[in-house]
Design a protein around this ligand. Structure first.
Ligand SMILES: Cc1ncc(COP(=O)(O)O)c(C=O)c1O
Ligand SMILES: N[C@@H](CCCC[NH3+])C(=O)O
Length: 419
C-alpha cells in the first residue's frame, strides 16, 4: 500500500498535488511519502512483534536520504551500513551507534576503525582476515568489538543474478562448511566478541522459500556452533523481502514473513536481527518526470522523458520494470517505448509497453522508485544530480537539492601540466 493516489484525476503524494511539486522544484524529482515509510516500518515491526528479541536495522543503501532515515529512526529503526559514509549518515540521522550494524565485503581498516570509534552495535565479518584485523584494532585500544560471522549458505535466492548474494560463487560471506573452523579461531582472539552469525541471500525475493531454506541451514549451524562450545546470542537474518513492481504482481507479505520466521527460529533463543531495505522504502517513492518529446520511430513511438538512467539506473542495470503513469491521464492508452535523454541505447525504461497517452510537456511518474533510486543516481552526461522531496500530509520539503553540473565542476581541479 502506498500514498500516491489520484484526487480529481490528478496524482497526489499524500495531500500534495504532484504538479505543484514539479512547478516548485522542477523535474526530474524523487518524491517520498512519510506515511508510506511509516506504514511499512510499522507493518514489519508488527509482523515480528511476537518474536522474543528483535533488532531491525534499515539497509541504508536502499535510501540514504537523511530525512528518510530520520523518519525511520523515529520509528525505532537502527541502520545496516556498508561504508564509512553510510555510518556517518546513520549517526547524522539520529540513529544510535548501538543500533548500527556494519555489513560489507570490503570494509577498509579505516572504516573498521570508524566503527570502533563510534561504538557501533555490531560488525558483520565477511572473511577470517577481516575478523583478525578488527580484533587487532579493537584490542590495541582496549576495546571488544561485537561481531557476527556472515555465512554464505549456498542457496539460490531466485532473483536477478546481479542482486543474488547467497550462492557459493558469490563474493559474500564465508562458505558454510568453513564457518565452524573460522569461528573456532576468531573467537579465541582478544578484542572480538564473536557472538553469532549472519546471512543475506539476495534482494527482491518474491517468495519465502529461499529465505526459509537459508534460515534452516543457519539454524543447523547455530546448533553445531553451540555443540562446539560457542555462546551464540545473535543471528542476523539480513534483508531481501521483495515489493510488487508490476500491476497485479504478488509478493510475500510481512505477516507471512513473520510467521515463517517464528516457525523456523522456534527455540533458537537468540536476538534476531533483520536488515530490510526495499520493503520499507520501495513503494514510498516515485520519480516524477516531464515528457520532452513523443518521437515517431519505425516501430513504436519513443516517449522521451527528462529522467534518465543516471537518475534511475535499475531498468538499465537489471532490466527492472517501473510502472509509468501520466500525472493527469486522459484515459487513452497507446503502445510506446520510454527512454531518457542519455546517449546510450540502454537508457530505456520500457519497450513496447501500453501506457497512458502523453504529450510533450506532460508530467508522469515512475512508481516504486523509493528504493535503489536516488541512491544509485550519477551525473553521467553531466546531468544535474536529481533532487528529492519528502511529503507529509499537505506539507512537503526539498530534502536533497538538485546538484548542478557547475557545482560538480567546482569540485574538480585541473593541474598546470594537464592544461
Ligand atoms: C547485507 C545486506 N543487508 C541488507 C540488504 C537489503 O536488502 P533489501 O533491500 O533487499 O531488503 C542488502 C542488499 O541486498 C545487503 O547486501
Ligand atoms: N541495487 C539493487 C539492489 C541491490 C541490493 C544490495 N545488496 C536493485 O536496485 O534492485
Amino acid at each position: 500500500m502506498d500514498h500516491f493516489n489520484r484526487k480529481n484525476g490528478v496524482l497526489h503524494a499524500e495531500d500534495v498535488a504532484i504538479p505543484q511539486i514539479a512547478a516548485d522544484v522542477g523535474t526530474p524529482v524523487y518524491v517520498y511519502s512519510t506515511a508510506t515509510l511509516e506504514r511499512h516500518a510499522q507493518v514489519l515491526k508488527a509482523a515480528l512483534a511476537d518474536l522474543p528479541r528483535v533488532h531491525i536495522a534499515f539497509a541504508i543503501k536502499a535510501n540514504p536520504n537523511l530525512a528518510v532515515l530520520g523518519v525511520l529512526a523515529r520509528n525505532g529503526y537502527g541502520a545496516d551500513v556498508v561504508s564509512g559514509g553510510e555510518l556517518k549518515r546513520a549517526l547524522a540521522a539520529g540513529m544510535k551507534p548501538e543500533d548500527i550494524v556494519f555489513s560489507g565485503v570490503g570494509k577498509t581498516r579505516r572504516e573498521l576503525q570508524l566503527g570502533l570509534d563510534e561504538g557501533i552495535g555490531q560488525f558483520n565479518i565477511e572473511l577470517e582476515e577481516e575478523g583478525a584485523v578488527l580484533a587487532e584494532l579493537a584490542h590495541a585500544q582496549g576495546k571488544i568489538a561485537p561481531a557476527v560471522l556472515r555465512v554464505n549458505p549456498d542457496v539460490d535466492a531466485g532473483t536477478h543474478a546481479k542482486i543474488s548474494t547467497g550462492k557459493a560463487e558469490n563474493k559474500f560471506g564465508v562458505a558454510i562448511d568453513s564457518a565452524l573452523g573460522i569461528f573456532d579461531r576468531l573467537s579465541k582472539l582478544p578484542g572480538l566478541n564473536l557472538r553469532g552469525v549472519a546471512i543475506h541471500i539476495g534482494s527482491q525475493l518474491k517468495t519465502l522459500d529461499p529465505l526459509e531454506a537459508a534460515y534452516k541451514r543457519i539454524g543447523e549451524l547455530v546448533a553445531e556452533l553451540r555443540a562446539a562450545g560457542h555462546d551464540i546470542t545473535h543471528v542476523d537474518l539480513g534483508g531481501g523481502l521483495g515489493v510488487p513492481y508490476r500491476p497485479g504482481e504478488t509478493v510475500s507479505s510481512a505477516e507471512e514473513f513473520g510467521a515463517m520466521v517464528k516457525r523456523v527460529t522456534q527455540g533458537w533463543d537468540v536476538t534476531l536481527m533483520f536488515e530490510p531495505g526495499r520493503f520499507i522504502c520501495g513503494n514510498a517513492g516515485v520519480l516524477v518526470t516531464e515528457v520532452i518529446w513523443v518521437k515517431p520511430a519505425s516501430g513504436n513511438p519513443y516517449v522521451i522523458v527528462d529522467a534518465a538512467m543516471n537518475d534511475l539506473a535499475r531498468p538499465a542495470l537489471y532490466d527492472a520494470y517501473h510502472e509509468f503513469e501520466a500525472v493527469e491521464p486522459t484515459g487513452e492508452k497507446f503502445v510506446a517505448n520510454i527512454a531518457g535523454p542519455v546517449c546510450e541505447t540502454g537508457d530505456t525504461f520500457a519497450m513496447g509497453r501500453e501506457i497512458d497517452v502523453v504529450r510533450s510537456g506532460d508530467l508522469a511518474i515512475f512508481r516504486t522508485a523509493g528504493a535503489y533510486g536516488a541512491t544509485m543516481a550519477s551525473t553521467y552526461n553531466s546531468r544535474p544530480l536529481v533532487p528529492e522531496v519528502l511529503v507529509s500530509g499537505d506539507k512537503y520539503a526539498v530534502v536533497a537539492d538538485r546538484i548542478q553540473a557547475e557545482t560538480i565542476m567546482g569540485a574538480e581541479r585541473v593541474p598546470e601540466w594537464a592544461r
